[in-house]
Design a protein around this ligand. Structure first.
Ligand SMILES: Nc1ncnc2c1ncn2[C@@H]1O[C@H](COP(=O)(O)OP(=O)(O)OP(=O)(O)O)[C@@H](O)[C@H]1O
Ligand SMILES: [Mg+2]
Length: 498
C-alpha cells in the first residue's frame, strides 16, 4: 500500500440477518487529511466505522494501519492502535466527571492496582490547557450540554494521541458557532498529521471540511474523489442513485380557519408571553438560535412540561393541557427533538413502534385488525423509504436515520389535526428529506396543520407559510412567506424582544 496511507481497508464485507450492510468495500485514508464518508440512511457508514473501531468484526476483508495488517479485537484494542471514534449517538455516564471520562480505559497507575488520581488531575489539566478549554476537571458530565460533551469526546481522542479520529455526524446537536470551533480544531489536528474520517448529511459542511469524498450506497463504494473534482449536485446524485427534481415541494394552498391560538404562554425563567396562531392547512415555522426556547414552548404545548401561565384555544375551544393524554385528546401530536428518550422503543419491532400511538385505529371493540395495521404501516414505511429487512425487525438494529423515519412515520399514522415537528430532518439523508417534505405537503392538503421547529433555515424558508422567530425565550417577530429571506430571519433571531 502507498506510504502516505494511514489506514487502508481491502474488500471488507459484513452481513447482518437480512441485510448485507457492507459489500466488498475498499477504502484508503491518507495521512493528515479529512475523508468524508457520505451516503443515504442505512448505506453502511456507521457499520464500516464500527468495524474500524473494533465494535463489529468484518466477515471478510483486511485492515491495515500504517501499512501493517491488523485484526482489531475490540474498541480498547482500536484505541491502542491510535483509533478513536466519536459516536453518532453520544454515549456517556452522566455521573462521571470530566477527568474520569477522559482517562477512562487508560488510567495512570500507581503500582499495579491503584489509580494515580493526582496524575489524572494533572494530565487532564494539562490537556485542557493545551487544547484551550477551561472546564473544571471535576465537573460532572450531566451538567454539561450535548455540545460540551462533543468537545470533550474530541479531547479524549486527543488524549490518547489518536492518529485516526472518526466523527460520525458530530454536528447533529451543536450550534453553528460550535461547528466553527470544531472545524478549527480539525484543521489543527490535520496539521499534526492526524487523519480524520467525517460522516455527515450536511452538504455545506461536507464541502468545507473534506479533502476527499467517498460515497457509499447499499453497502458498496460508489466513488471516491478529491473534493475539487466533485460538486454538491453530483454527490447527491451518486448518493441517492436518482435525480432529485424539487427539494422543497411546497404547495401554497388556501388556508382555512384558525385551529390553534396561544395567548401569553409563559414558563418561569424559560419563555415569556408567547402569542401565536395556526390555521388549517398551514405549515408554521419556528426559527431561532439553539436555546432560544422553541423546543421548550412546544414541550409545554404537548403537555411534556408544565407551563406557568397562558391560555390555549384549540378549534375555538379553550383547553387545559397538563399532560400528553390531554394534548393528544385535543388533536395534537409531537415528534420530539430528543428521539432517544421520547421517540422509540428499541426492542420493539418497526411495525409495533409505528402502530404504538394509533392503536385505536387498529383495535376496535376488542378486535385487532392486524392486516389493516400491517398495510398502513407498510405503506407509510415505503413512502418514507425506511430501510429495514422487514417490518418485524427490531428498531435498535436500524441505522440512525432510519430510526428517525420510524418515529416520524408513527406520528403520521396517528393522523392528528395538529402535528408539531421538532427538528424533523435531523440526521436524515437528502433523498429522504424530500420524501418527508412531500408527506408534510400531503398532510396539510387535507386541511391539517403543522408546526415545524428547525435549525435548518433552508427547510423553513422552503416549506413554511409563516415563520415565527424567537430569541432568549421571547418571540421577536413573524414573517409572511413573501417576506422570507435568510437575512430577515437571522436579524430577528439575534435581536431582543422590544
Ligand atoms: N446491530 C445491527 N443488527 C442488525 N442490522 C444492523 C445492525 N447495525 C446496522 N444494521 C443494518 O446495517 C445497515 C447499515 O446501517 P448503518 O448504521 O451502517 O447505516 P448508516 O449509513 O450509518 O446510516 P445513517 O445515515 O442512517 O446513520 C442497515 O440496513 C442497518 O439496518
Ligand atoms: Mg449512521
Amino acid at each position: 500500500m502507498a506510504a502516505e496511507n494511514k489506514l487502508e481497508l481491502t474488500h471488507i464485507s459484513k452481513g447482518f440477518p437480512g441485510v448485507q450492510a457492507l459489500d466488498d468495500v475498499s477504502f484508503q485514508l491518507k495521512k493528515g487529511t479529512t475523508h468524508v464518508l457520505c451516503g443515504e440512511n442505512g448505506a453502511g457508514k456507521s457499520t464500516l466505522m464500527k468495524i474500524i473501531n473494533g465494535l463489529h468484526q468484518q466477515d471478510s476483508g483486511d485492515i491495515f494501519v500504517d501499512g501493517k495488517k491488523v485484526v482489531i479485537q475490540d474498541p480498547l484494542h482500536a484505541r491502542k492502535l491510535g483509533i478513536a471514534m466519536i459516536y453518532q449517538e453520544l454515549s456517556f455516564v452522566p455521573d462521571m466527571t470530566l477527568e474520569e471520562n477522559i482517562c477512562l480505559g487508560h488510567w495512570p497507575m500507581k503500582g499495579n492496582a491503584l489509580v494515580d488520581w493526582k496524575a489524572v488531575r494533572t494530565n487532564t489539566l494539562q490537556l485542557l490547557k493545551q487544547e484551550g478549554f477551561n472546564y473544571p476537571p471535576d465537573i460532572k458530565l450531566r451538567s454539561l450540554s450535548v455540545s460540551d460533551i462533543q468537545v470533550i469526546e474530541i479531547l479524549k481522542a486527543v488524549s490518547i494521541n489518536a492518529g485516526i479520529i472518526i466523527m460520525d455526524e458530530p454536528t447533529s446537536a451543536i450550534t453553528s458557532k460550535e461547528v466553527e470551533n470544531l472545524f478549527v480544531k480539525i484543521e489543527a489536528l490535520k496539521k499534526r498529521g492526524v487523519s480524520i474520517i467525517y460522516i455527515s448529511h450536511k452538504m455545506d459542511e461536507i464541502f468545507r471540511i473534506a479533502d476527499e469524498i467517498t460515497v457509499l450506497r447499499d453497502g458498496k463504494i460508489i466513488e471516491t474523489r478529491a473534493k475539487n473534482d466533485i460538486d454538491e449536485k453530483t454527490t447527491i446524485e451518486l448518493m441517492v442513485g436518482r435525480k432529485i427534481e424539487n427539494q422543497y415541494p411546497k404547495k401554497e394552498i388556501p388556508l382555512g380557519e384558525e385551529v390553534l391560538r396561544i395567548k401569553d404562554w409563559s414558563s418561569d425563567g424559560v419563555f415569556q408571553k408567547v402569542n401565536f396562531n395556526l390555521r388549517k392547512g398551514e405549515i408554521l415555522g419556528f426559527a431561532g438560535l439553539l436555546g432560544a426556547g422553541r423546543t421548550e414552548v412546544m414541550r409545554t404545548l404537548f403537555g411534556l412540561d408544565p407551563c406557568t401561565a397562558g391560555e390555549i384555544t384549540v378549534a375555538g375551544k379553550p383547553r387545559r393541557i397538563k399532560n400528553v393524554q390531554q394534548a393528544m385528546g385535543a388533536g395534537l401530536a409531537m415528534l420530539s427533538e430528543d428521539r432517544r428518550r421520547y421517540g422509540i422503543v428499541p426492542l420493539m419491532s418497526v411495525s409495533e413502534n409505528v402502530a404504538l400511538v394509533a392503536l385505536d385505529k387498529f383495535i376496535t371493540n376488542g378486535r385487532w385488525y392486524k392486516r389493516r395495521e400491517y398495510e398502513t404501516v407498510s405503506a407509510i414505511c415505503q413512502k418514507m423509504r425506511v430501510k429495514t429487512p422487514s417490518l418485524d425487525t427490531k428498531v435498535y438494529s436500524l441505522s440512525g436515520g432510519n430510526q428517525q423515519k420510524v418515529i416520524l412515520a408513527k406520528w403520521m399514522v396517528r393522523d392528528p389535526e395538529i402535528l408539531i415537528l421538532d427538528e424533523p430532518t435531523r440526521g436524515i439523508d437528502v433523498g429522504a428529506k424530500s420524501e418527508i417534505y412531500q408527506l408534510m405537503t400531503e398532510f396539510v392538503e387535507q386541511g391539517k396543520s403543522i408546526i415545524m421547529v428547525s435549525s435548518e433555515l433552508p427547510e423553513l424558508l422552503g416549506m413554511c407559510d409563516r415563520i415565527y422567530v424567537m430569541h432568549e425565550g421571547a418571540l421577536t417577530g413573524m414573517l409572511n412567506r413573501n417576506e422570507f429571506s435568510q437575512k430577515a430571519v437571522m436579524q430577528l433571531a439575534v435581536q431582543s424582544a422590544g
